[in-house]
Design a binder for this molecule. Structure first.
Ligand code: AGP
Length: 625
C-alpha cells in the first residue's frame, strides 16, 4: 500500500510527481504530498484525502524545482490527517522522506531520537527515518569513503530499520541527489535522457520512459542528473542494467469509459485471447505450453495454493480444474492464514502463489516461509514453487523461479476484473498441461476443451453487448438494497464468492457468496423480500440442485436473479430476472458467469455515485501484513 514517486532531471519536478501520483493513487488515497528542493530549501506540501486536494493547494505555489519526491498514503500508523501525510522531515527541515511499508521498530527509534533532541510532529512510523538520517549525517566524517555523504547517511539509517519498506529521500544540502532504498517493498527506477525516476510501480513512470530497473531487496540507489548508482546495504557497488517494458502509456487511460473498472471489464475478451495465444498456440508441438520445466511435474502428488482476495477465488476454480482434470489433490489456503498455521510438510508437493500484483505481502511471506521450511530436506520434500501473476517483473517474479504470466495488461481499478479472468485462464492452462503430461485426459477430450476455450472471447463480447444495458436498468430496483446473497455450486461456487466480493468492495453493500446447498444450514434465515438472491445456474452436474436451492430462496420471498444459459419455461418461472449467458460446458462456464456479476456490482456502485475505481479503505496491492 502507499505509492511513492521521485524525480531528478531538467523538467519541472512538481508536474511529474503529480502525474506519477495520479497513476499510483490506486495504492492508497488517504492523503498525498510532495517535497521538492529549490532556492536551497526543501518545500513540502501535503493534503488530507485524495490527490485533487494536493493539486488545488499546489495551484497557488510556483515551484521551479527539478528534484522531488511524492507520496500517496494508505494509512497504517496514525489517522489519515494532514499531519500524518508524507513526506516527513527532520527537525531542521533539511531532509524529506517518503516511505511505503512498515517500520516495525519505530517506537524504540523514536524514543531514542527524542532523547537526542529530535522533535516529532506525526504519529507515523516513517517520521523516524528523516530524523535518523539527520543523526547519521552528523556523525559521518568528511573522510568517509563513499560516493556521497548523503548516500552514506541513508545507508546507515536504513540499516537500523526493521520491517518491510521502500524509501525515497532528498536533502537540501545535497540538492543533486535522490536516494532510494528497497527492503521487501517494491521500488522501480526509470532511466530517461538526463533524468531519472523512481516509483512503487511502473505506471507512474511509463509515460516518460520504458527503460526500468526494479531494485531488489537490500539495495540502495543514488540518482543524480548524471546517472544511477546501485549499492547493496553493505555499501558495495552493483552492476545493474535496465530492461525495456513493452507497455505504452495509452493502456493507462480510460479511453472514453467512465471508469477504469468498466474499461477493464470490456477488455476481458482480449485478455482471454492473449492467454489462449500464449498457452494454447494453434501450431505448437504440444497442445498446451506454459514453459515450465519437466521436473515440475515429476512424481507430483499434491498441490497447495496460497492467495488472497480475488486471487484466492481464482485458486478455488483452479483447485476444481486440477482435481477434476489432472486428478491431483489440491488445497487452497488464505496466504494470511497459511503463514501462521501451515499444513504439515508433504512429499512431492507443488506450491503455487497466485497474485495479480506479485506484491501482496501475505502471499509473498507464505511462499518464502514454505521455501525456508523445506530447505535442507531430502529431495522429495524440497520446495517446488510456482507463481501465477500479471506482473512477472514483481517481487513474486524475483522470488520464485517459475512463473505463469497471466497477460492481463495493467489493471488500474482497485476491484480486480480482467486479472481474475486471466488467472482463470492460467489455471485452465496448468490443469490441462498437467492432465496431458500425467495422461489423465484423453487426447480428443483435451482438444474438445481447448476448442471450447477458443469460443469464450466471442461469448464474453456477446454478454457485454446484450446484457450491459439490461443490467444498468435492473440496478434501479436496488437503490435501497442493503444485503445480497450470491449462490453457486461446484465450479461456480467461487464465482458466487467473487460476485459478492465485487459488490462489497465497490458498493459497500453487505453481500455473501454461498454454496447453494449450504443455505438451509443457517443463512436461509437471512432471506426475506428485501434480500435479493443471485443464483448461478449453468447446465451440468449441479444445475437441478441449484434450481431447487433457488426455489427454496424464492419461497422465502427473495427476488431471484438467475445467471444461466437455460431460457426455458421453468427458468422463466423461477427467476424474477434472467441474465442469459451462452451455453458452454460447465467446466468452462466461470469465464462467462462472472461477467454479469462484475457488471451488476459496477452499475450498482456507479448508480450510487460511488468512487468505483478507488473504493474507500482499500488499496490495489496490499503490501503490508
Ligand atoms: C480484488 O478485487 C481485491 N481488490 C483484492 O481482494 C485482491 O484480489 C487481493 O488483495 C489480492 O491481490 P493480489 O492478487 O495482487 O495478490
Amino acid at each position: 500500500m502507499c505509492g511513492i514517486v521521485g524525480y531528478i532531471g531538467t523538467q519541472a519536478a512538481t508536474d511529474i510527481l503529480l502525474a506519477g501520483l495520479e497513476k499510483l493513487e490506486y495504492r492508497g488515497y488517504d492523503s498525498a504530498g510532495i517535497a521538492t528542493i529549490w532556492e536551497g530549501d526543501v518545500h513540502c506540501v501535503r493534503a488530507k484525502g485524495k490527490l485533487l486536494n494536493l493539486r488545488s493547494k499546489l495551484e497557488q505555489i510556483e515551484t521551479p524545482a527539478q528534484i522531488g519526491i511524492g507520496h500517496t498514503r494508505w494509512a497504517t500508523h496514525g489517522k489519515p490527517e494532514e499531519y500524518n501525510a508524507h513526506p516527513h522531515m527532520d527537525t531542521a527541515l533539511r531532509i524529506a522522506v517518503v516511505q511505503n511499508g512498515i517500520i516495525e521498530n519505530y517506537r524504540e527509534l523514536r524514543e531514542h531520537l527524542k532523547g537526542l533532541g529530535h522533535e516529532f510532529s506525526s504519529e507515523t512510523d516513517t517520521e523516524v527515518i528523516p530524523h535518523l538520517i539527520a543523526e547519521c549525517l552528523k556523525h559521518i566524517s568528511e573522510n568517509t569513503v563513499s560516493a556521497s555523504m548523503f548516500l552514506e547517511a541513508v545507508r546507515e539509517a536504513v540499516s537500523k530499520l526493521e520491517g518491510a519498506f521502500a524509501v525515497a529521500a532528498i536533502c537540501a544540502d545535497y540538492p543533486d541527489e535522490l536516494i532510494v532504498v528497497r527492503q521487501q517493498a517494491p521500488l522501480v527506477i526509470g532511466f530517461g535522457q538526463g533524468e531519472f525516476f523512481c516509483a512503487s510501480d511502473t505506471p507512474a513512470i511509463v509515460t516518460y520512459t520504458r527503460a526500468v530497473l526494479p531494485l531488489e531487496n537490500g539495495e540502495i540507489a543514488r540518482l543524480t542528473p548524471l546517472g544511477v548508482e546501485v549499492y547493496n546495504f553493505a555499501g558495495h557497488r552493483l552492476k545493474k542494467y535496465p530492461r525495456t517494458l513493452n507497455w505504452n502509456p495509452i493502456m493507462l487511460e480510460k479511453q472514453g469509459f467512465k471508469h477504469f473498472m468498466l474499461k477493464e471489464i470490456y477488455e476481458q475478451s482480449g485478455v482471454v485471447r492473449a492467454c489462449l495465444e500464449a498457452y494454447f498456440p494453434a501450431s505448437g508441438e504440444t497442445p498446451v505450453t506454459l514453459g515450465l520445466p519437466e521436473e515440475f511435474y515429476a512424481d507430483l502428488e499434491q498441490i497447495q495454493i496460497v492467495a488472497c482476495g480475488t486471487s484466492w477465488h481464482a485458486a478455488l476454480v483452479g483447485k476444481y480444474l486440477l482435481e477434476q482434470l489432472a486428478e491431483i489433490p489440491t488445497q487452497v489456503q488464505y496466504a494470511s492464514e497459511f503463514r501462521y498455521a501451515p499444513s504439515p510438510l508433504t512429499a512431492n508437493t507443488l506450491t503455487i502463489g497466485v497474485t495479480q500484483s506479485g506484491e501482496t505481502a501475505d502471499t509473498l511471506a507464505a511462499l518464502s516461509m514454505e521455501k525456508e521450511r523445506r530447505q535442507g530436506k531430502e529431495a522429495k520434500y524440497q520446495a517446488r514453487l510456482l507463481g501465477i501473476t500479471n506482473r512477472p517483473e514483481s517481487t513474486l517474479g524475483q522470488m520464485v523461479g517459475n512463473i505463469i504470466n497471466t497477460h492481463g495488461g495493467i489493471e488500474i481499478g482497485v476491484a480486480a476484473t480482467k486479472t481474475f479472468i486471466a488467472q482463470l485462464m492460467a489455471f485452465y492452462g496448468l490443469a490441462l498441461n498437467l492432465a496431458h503430461c500425467r495422461q489423465t485426459i484423453r487426447a480428443e477430450r483435451l482438444i474438445e476443451i481447448i476448442a471450447g476455450l477458443r469460443q469464450l472471447p466471442a461469448e464474453i463480447e456477446a454478454i457485454l453487448e446484450t446484457q450491459e444495458r439490461y443490467i444498468e436498468q435492473l440496478v434501479h430496483d436496488f437503490a435501497e438494497t442493503k444485503d445480497f446473497i450470491f449462490l453457486g455450486r461446484g465450479i461456480n461456487f467461487p464465482i458466487a464468492l467473487e460476485g459478492a466480493l465485487k459488490l462489497k468492495e465497490i458498493s459497500y453493500i453487505h453481500a455473501e457468496g454461498y454454496p447453494a446447498g449450504e443455505m438451509k444450514h443457517g443463512p436461509i434465515a437471512l432471506l426475506d423480500v428485501k434480500v435479493p438472491v443471485v443464483a448461478i445456474a449453468m447446465p451440468g452436474s449441479v444445475y437441478e440442485k441449484v434450481i431447487s436451492n433457488a426455489q427454496e430462496a424464492k419461497a422465502r420471498d427473495s427476488r431471484l436473479i438467475g445467471v444461466t444459459s437455460v431460457n426455458d419455461g421453468e427458468a422463466a418461472e423461477i427467476f424474477n430476472d434472467l441474465i442469459p449467458v451462452a451455453e458452454v460446458e460447465e467446466i468452462l462456464s466461470p469465464v462467462l458467469t462472472v461477467i454479469p456479476l462484475q457488471l451488476l456490482a459496477y452499475h450498482i456502485a456507479a448508480r450510487r455515485g460511488l468512487d468505483v475505481d478507488q473504493p474507500r479503505n482499500l488499496a490495489k496491492s496490499v503490501t503490508v501484513e
